[in-house]
Design a protein around this ligand. Structure first.
Ligand SMILES: [Mg+2]
Length: 160
């Protein structure tokens, strides 16, 4: 079997969901009677559709999962993870503005997992460039996070 990472780290905005939580939607969020997640203007908020399967698949493989986001809307981001029932998957969450090197330094300290055993998915090139320098296998998410992107990423990790 191919070598697996010990920790998979995900950006949030435009990686797990298709918007900026501090710009395009209006916190606080809630679950409405029809089961949809909505913002304070009753606008329906959606996840990238394959994200629950992506996280469930990694969980099944025994890979730990973390979030690393630079959003300033910290409460809203945590609330969305909760409302979409994703909090259960995340062993660690680093959600605050600033260079993602800080997020990864803290993830490394908290998890004890070396950078070489981590994989990171993010839509922004600047984060990929910063975090690559640590020795993390970084995957640039071109559209939204999908099972296909996960498979490709794990293949890249196995060859690293
Ligand atoms: Mg992003």
């Amino acid at each position: 079997m191919a070598r697996l990472p010990q920790l998979a780290v995900f950006d949030l905005d435009y990686t797990l969901w298709p918007f900026w939580v501090d710009t395009h939607v209006e916190p606080p969020f809630h679950k409405s009677r029809d089961g949809s997640v909505r913002d304070s203007n009753e606008k329906i908020i959606r996840l990238c559709p394959e994200v629950p399967n992506v996280l469930e698949h990694l969980h099944g493989l025994g890979v730990s999962i973390a979030a690393a986001s630079r959003t300033s809307e910290i409460q809203g981001a945590n609330q969305l993870l909760e409302l979409f029932n994703l909090t259960q998957y995340f062993a660690h969450k680093e959600i605050y503005p600033g260079c993602k090197v800080t997020h990864f330094e803290r993830l490394q300290q908290k998890s004890g997992i070396p950078y070489s055993e981590m994989i990171f998915f993010d839509d922004e090139k600047r984060n990929i460039i910063d975090v690559s320098k640590l020795g993390v296998t970084c995957i640039h998410v071109q559209s939204e996070m999908s099972l296909h992107t996960l498979t490709k990423g794990l293949e890249t990790f196995a060859k690293s």
